[in-house]
Design a protein around this ligand. Structure first.
Ligand SMILES: [Zn+2]
Length: 925
């Protein structure tokens, strides 16, 4: 197998007697073992009158089996042993996967493999799983990508299986007079599932021999029906569906244009990747690019090329733009400009050095690939096995073997008007049809003759130029020799208002690094007006940078600037050799800081739209948004920010930035393939740029409202949506390791029991759970449910009943279960870092948390070890039991439950301003 030199795993591929292809991966460092199974069966295989059957089957397989007949046995086993599981059904594949702590891998795998050997399709769970499928459908019924997908389905050749509805619901999966759907599921399973269509991946610390024994023992019994891989032969598009101009109405306020060109399946060319070559040139964002021209005309805010739907006999190449309001009036012009730029690419852009650049980038990405979690590796590999020859499963996505001019040129003719469909998504257009299942309004008409003429002979734009050579590509890929044995970050410079941390990374020896720069600015976060101004400046800055930083990103570096409760943070990661150039470029831009009116208008409008669209988010997301808004005065909810943003004018920004820079506190962390001198050098450049000399330095305060000893507070949000939702938040009294340990363990113990009770048993909703919710450094727990079937008053009643009885659950655990559960949590917390980037991120969080010894995590773990069952029962009874608990209940009453009585509970938070006058925990930086 072609393997990255940075990949320390051991691989072995075998084929079992029943023709299942298996890849075994030994990764000695993994925290959890993982397995995945993919089968070449998907919704394309659904019977015409049973849409969603493959998906329903995927759900039904996860139930009882001959050896493990109890429904839920697998899930319980996995969650009791620190694991997780999931599955998805795609167009032509279905994929199942899970992870679990290694000691229990074989037992978990035994349960998992039986799904494909002796599933029972338990009669008693038939209805429940149909409900689960139906709620998946219901839950996404307002999701614009789903609503759009359905329109796509209605505008292809209706003989092609892509035309079918993939999710399924109560209606398509109902029992009919002819009998229960169970027989059809079994029939479908027997005629479509077969060992020769399957691939399996096992990942774990176990030896390859052990893994092989497990695979052979557990998967050899899967039946081989010798079905061979199916391919679709019906054309996705006929003349009738080509040259369509489609208008789609979104629910959210969004404006998009997308051009889709249709190609045959391209998988056979994976080694040369001709379409990525085109995508790279068309999607370029630097000087002279199509993107920049369209941005300068104020027609688009972004452009991306190359994605699209694909299947065994089709592949779409999409060029997608987010439009401005003005751009919406210029669709034909934009399409013309796209054709004009493509003409330049086709006539002058097919050059071998461009291919070589892209190849170098892909090679270095492959060579310095960072390891991922076992479950991600397993689910990625198992699908790679369905796409690439076995030797190439690790390399296939990266390989760019050679510049083949004639092959690349042979695909140019596909980029023509005859082979194009244009999609416009925006409100207030004209629509004369409605898509089934998702009720999306849309219209479709053939291109006009004028459009065809124009797009076939596009005007030449003098501004266009092809990308120049990329100065950011790193060719020096050997990491620098280690200077010290140092394994934790060290503070190497401390001035009033400036702190520099450094660590040359000893464990992951790759030529990569991360730079973190936190700029605290108290006066930029003290009012909603200033908070939104800061966010606006960041957006404007990011946007103006994107024009120049594009090549750096292509070369494997990335950067992000984001505003937060204290000010803003700049993070740069990826290959480190050219990071100083990138930082230099960013600082230069920052120093210039001038704001163009047109960009300002566009970005402000965009931000306003995003903030206002938050009121269309899922009820639960809105509750969370308001919850943090109420408790963190520096983090106001979307509505408040939208209001503040309306008032902001461009004239205010320069002064705002000057005030911001007048009072700064900077904390910097240089991590990875950096020597101490180099770290100091880059820090000096930063200090010069920010003029860190003679300012008044001050860290920002990050206040958090304390719930105190006040019993239950409640706050209602009006969402105007069908579902009701409730989120109940419990707050720690301090941020001591003991409190963090107790909250973390309580959440861990509660989460699967809560899920089982509220979702699986009571079926109150699809989005159900509990979670750790630390705010600032104070630990917290949140318990939430969004429900199509019950009003807040009933949801709270169910949750309270659960909380009142929860100590019983703890009492009933066997000693082994108690220890296992605790151990599972400890493993999660102590999970080793997967790669340089995640390690950098973890250390940076420690710096932010003032964890100067970098041992908080260990202290919390030590504390959890000492917690006894009695401690936890006491905590649950004293602090979580509804009658005495101090908590905040956020709720929203769905339109479906208007008739239910309103929730009356505790003290209503009337004015948020007044509520925020309560005592606060004030925390520095
Ligand atoms: Zn599902």
């Amino acid at each position: 197998m072609h393997q990255s030199p940075n990949d320390k795993n051991h691989y072995r591929d075998i084929t079992l007697d029943n023709q299942i292809n298996v890849i075994l991966v030994q990764d000695q460092a993994v925290q959890r073992s993982a397995a995945s199974l993919a089968v070449r069966v998907g919704h394309f295989d659904d019977p015409a009158d049973r849409e969603g059957l493959a998906h329903y089957l995927e759900h039904m397989l996860f139930l009882g089996t001959k050896d493990y007949p109890r429904v839920g046995e697998f899930q319980t086993f996995i969650s009791q042993h620190g694991g997780s599981n999931n599955a998805w059904t795609g167009t032509e594949h279905t994929c199942f996967f899970f992870d679990v702590i290694p000691e229990f891998f074989e037992q978990a795998l035994s349960r998992f493999s039986q799904f494909f050997v002796s599933p029972l399709f338990n009669q008693e769970a038939l209805d429940k799983e149909r409900q689960a499928v139906n709620s998946e459908y219901q839950m996404k019924i307002h999701d614009d990508s789903r609503r759009f997908y359905q329109v796509q389905k209605e505008l292809v050749n209706q003989q092609h299986p892509f035309a079918k509805f993939s999710v399924g619901n109560e209606e398509t999966l109902c029992d009919r007079e002819s009998g229960s759907i169970r027989d059809e599921i079994i029939q479908f399973y027997q005629s479509h599932y077969s060992a020769d269509l399957m691939s399996v991946v096992l990942v774990g610390p176990q030896s390859l021999d052990e893994l092989e024994t497990m695979a052979t023992r557990l998967f050899s019994a899967v039946k081989n029906n010798h079905l061979h891989a199916k391919t679709v032969t019906t054309a996705l598009l006929t003349q009738n569906e080509q040259q369509l101009y489609v208008q789609v109405e979104p629910e959210k306020d969004a404006r998009k244009l997308s051009l889709s060109f249709s190609f045959p399946n391209m998988e056979q060319h994976y080694a040369t990747k001709p379409l990525s070559y085109f995508a790279h040139l068309i999607g370029y964002e630097g000087p002279g690019s199509l993107t920049l021209l369209l941005k300068n005309k104020n027609w688009v805010t972004s452009l991306a090329a190359g994605g699209g739907i694909s299947g065994s006999n089709f592949r779409e190449f999409t060029i997608g733009c987010l439009l401005t309001a003005e751009g919406l009036q210029h669709i034909d012009d934009i399409v013309e400009a796209i054709f004009s730029y493509m003409k330049l690419v086709f006539e002058q852009g097919i050059e071998s050095w461009r291919y070589v650049e892209k190849q170098a980038v892909m090679e270095s990405a492959f060579r310095f690939q960072e390891s991922v979690k076992a479950i991600d590796l397993a689910s990625y590999l198992v699908m790679s096995m369905q796409r690439f020859p076995i030797q190439e499963v690790l390399y296939g996505d990266y390989r760019m073997s050679e510049f083949d001019r004639s092959l690349i040129e042979s695909f140019i003719p596909y980029f023509c008007v005859e082979n194009l469909r244009v999609w416009v998504t925006a409100k207030e257009l004209e629509y004369d049809r409605q898509a089934k299942w998702y009720f999306t309004p849309y219209s479709a008409q053939k291109f006009s003759d004028a459009q065809i003429q124009r797009w076939k002979n596009p005007t030449h734009f003098a501004e266009f130029a092809l990308p120049s050579k990329n100065p950011f590509i790193c060719y020096n890929l050997d990491p620098k020799p280690l200077q010290t044995e140092q394994s934790l970050p060290r503070l190497i410079e401390e001035l009033p208002g400036f702190r520099l941390w450094h660590l040359q990374e000893p464990e992951f020896r790759v030529p990569k690094g991360s730079l973190y720069i936190a700029i605290d600015s108290p006066c930029s976060v003290n009012t909603p007006q200033n908070i939104i101004k800061l966010r606006l400046c960041v957006e404007l800055f990011m946007e103006s940078l994107s024009r120049q930083s594009y090549q750096a990103e292509i070369a494997g570096m990335s950067y992000n600037i984001y505003a937060h409760q204290g000010g803003l943070t700049l993070a740069i990661s990826g290959f480190s050799e050219k990071q100083p150039q990138l930082l230099h470029m960013i600082l230069e831009k920052f120093a210039a800081r001038h704001f163009e009116q047109q960009r300002f208008d566009t970005i402000k409008t965009q931000m306003l739209r995003k903030l206002r669209n938050a009121s269309k988010d899922r009820p639960l997301s809105q509750l969370f948004n308001h919850l943090s808004g109420i408790l963190q005065p520096n983090n106001p909810p979307a509505g408040v920010l939208a209001k503040a943003l309306e008032e902001v004018s461009i004239e205010e920004l320069p002064e705002f930035v000057s005030t911001l820079l007048g009072k700064l506190y900077v904390e910097m962390f240089v991590f990875g393939d950096w020597t101490q001198e180099a770290a100091q050098g880059i820090a000096d450049e930063l200090k010069d740029a920010l003029r860190v000399d003679n300012q008044k330095y001050k860290e920002s305060l990050r206040p958090l409202v304390k719930l105190g000893n006040n019993g239950t507070f409640q706050h209602e949000i009006h969402c105007d949506q069908d579902d009701s939702a409730v989120a109940i938040y419990y707050q720690g009294t301090d941020s001591q390791t003991g409190t963090i340990a107790t909250f973390t363990l309580a959440n861990h113990l509660m989460s699967s029991a809560f899920f089982n009770e509220i979702r699986t048993k009571q079926q109150l909703g699809y989005m159900v759970g509990t979670g750790n919710m630390p705010l600032n450094r104070i630990p917290g727990i949140v318990i939430y449910v969004q429900s199509p079937v019950a009003a807040p008053i009933d949801l709270v009643a169910s949750i309270d009943e659960f909380l009142n009885a929860f100590y019983m659950v703890l009492l009933e655990l066997t000693e082994a279960q108690w220890q296992n559960s605790k151990q599972g949590l400890l493993n999660q917390i102590m999970a080793p870092d997967n790669n340089l980037r995640t390690k950098g991120q973890r250390l940076w969080v420690s710096i932010g948390n003032k964890d100067k010894e970098f041992n908080n995590r260990e202290l919390v773990v030590e504390h959890i070890r000492t917690l006894t069952r009695v401690d936890m029962i006491r905590f649950v009874v004293n602090q979580l039991k509804p009658r005495t608990a101090n908590r905040l209940v956020m709720h929203t009453q769905g339109n479906q439950h208007h008739d239910a009585p309103p929730l009356q509970l505790g003290q209503e938070i009337g004015s948020i301003e007044e509520f925020q006058l309560m005592p606060k925990d004030i925390e520095l930086g």
